[in-house]
Design a binder for this molecule. Structure first.
Ligand code: 5GP
Length: 346
């Protein structure tokens, strides 16, 4: 047994310290980013916020609603081949959609069928597993990279620098970072496993950038300020589930309760999702996600404007004219978690 005595931080443990700024107004701030990916060599330009590949949020409708804002979507993996081919075939802004998959033989075969028919329209793929530390995951990613040198691959999830480096060396362009922080995730309580998300982002970004790779901070953002903190900590992309749930573009019935409208939102490892897609929770496992009701908020455009306004304002507070300057202009002030100091003093 080993104890890591370093202080690890979640978003709520810090605030961003304001800095002198020559920026006259928020309107001057550009929160687009441009990347040339290490392996695919493709260029990206957009606002690097991605709707999560959850079946409630990662929908075609969400992709179409976010595209005018230059935001992206990771489509959920339960769409059928025909509808995916139609969607990718009609896609105008190619940066707005990631094809998502797991690592089974069936996932790979389905992907090949879609790519064969949709051709070059599938530019981005998201390979998503709960635990990115397995050999089978690394091998799957390596093989996909060999077969598709020109596709931009996002893959994870991991939370440590050494695994981030390994994935980048295996062909991943964007490492998905986060184990346990999600709003409908119960991994931390069910397994005791996890890593405070801001520290995971800081450490994985540092590792990735040293190899010219990128990271996506996945999970745990509950407000626009958390997104700003993720970018401040070094995230190149930020993925959102709960913050985009409860909108017209989400899948799921609207439920009325005490005069208010709600929408169901659940984890992809919840009992709800497993009953929907896998015929129930297998006898050897337990659900690691939960279902909640979120207040229905209408079209997502209003929420997106709030999010972008918050991130732009954060840039103004620290004098970052462009989002890419935010990390170097960020100083975090610790505001919680002092109990951790017990470790530091010993
Ligand atoms: P949020 O933005 O809602 O805090 O987090 C979204 C992320 O939570 C997703 O992108 C995904 O990585 C993670 N997630 C989604 N469903 C589940 C689940 O059932 N269990 C766990 N452990 N994580 C989940």
């Amino acid at each position: 047994m080993h104890i890591d005595r370093d202080i690890k931080l979640d978003f709520r443990d810090v605030l961003i310290r304001p800095k002198r700024s020559a920026l006259p107004s928020r309107a001057e701030v550009d929160i687009h980013r441009e990347f040339a990916f290490k392996h695919s060599q493709r260029r990206y330009r957009g606002i690097p916020i991605i709707a999560a590949n959850m079946d409630t949020v990662g929908t075609f409708e969400m992709a179409l609603a976010l595209a005018p804002f230059d935001l992206s979507v990771a489509l959920h993996k339960h769409y059928g081949v025909d509808e995916l081919v139609r969607f990718f075939g009609a896609l105008k802004s190619k940066s707005s959609a990631f094809y998502s998959m797991g690592i089974t033989k069936g996932d790979r075969e389905k992907f090949e069928r879609v790519v064969q028919r949709a051709g070059k329209a599938v530019e981005y793929v998201c390979i998503d597993v709960a635990n990115g530390y397995t050999e089978s995951f690394v091998k799957f990613v390596e093989k996909l990279r060999q077969a598709h040198p020109k596709i931009t691959i996002m893959a994870g999830k991991v939370v440590t620098g050494e695994m981030t480096e390994e994935l980048i060396l295996c062909g991943v362009d964007i490492v998905k970072v986060g184990i346990g922080p999600g709003s409908v995730c119960t991994t931390r309580s069910m397994t005791g496993v996890g890593y405070p998300q801001l520290s995971a982002v800081i450490e994985c970004a540092d590792a990735a950038h040293g190899l010219d790779g990128r990271i996506c901070a996945d999970g745990g953002c509950a407000a626009p300020g958390d997104i700003a903190k993720a970018f401040g900590g070094g995230a190149d992309f930020v993925m959102l589930g709960g913050m985009l749930a409860g909108h017209a573009e989400c899948a799921g019935r609207i439920v009325k309760k005490a005069g208010k409208q709600y929408q169901r939102f659940y984890g992809m490892s919840s009992r709800t999702a497993m009953e929907k897609y896998a015929g129930g929770v297998a006898h050897y496992r337990a659900a690691e996600g939960k279902e909640i009701l979120v207040e229905y908020r209408g079209p997502v455009a209003g929420t997106v404007k709030e999010i972008l306004g918050g991130v732009r304002s954060a840039c103004t507070y620290v004098g970052a004219r462009q989002l890419r300057e935010l990390t170097k202009r960020t100083t975090f002030v610790r505001v919680r978690g002092e109990a951790n100091d017990v470790f530091g003093k010993s």
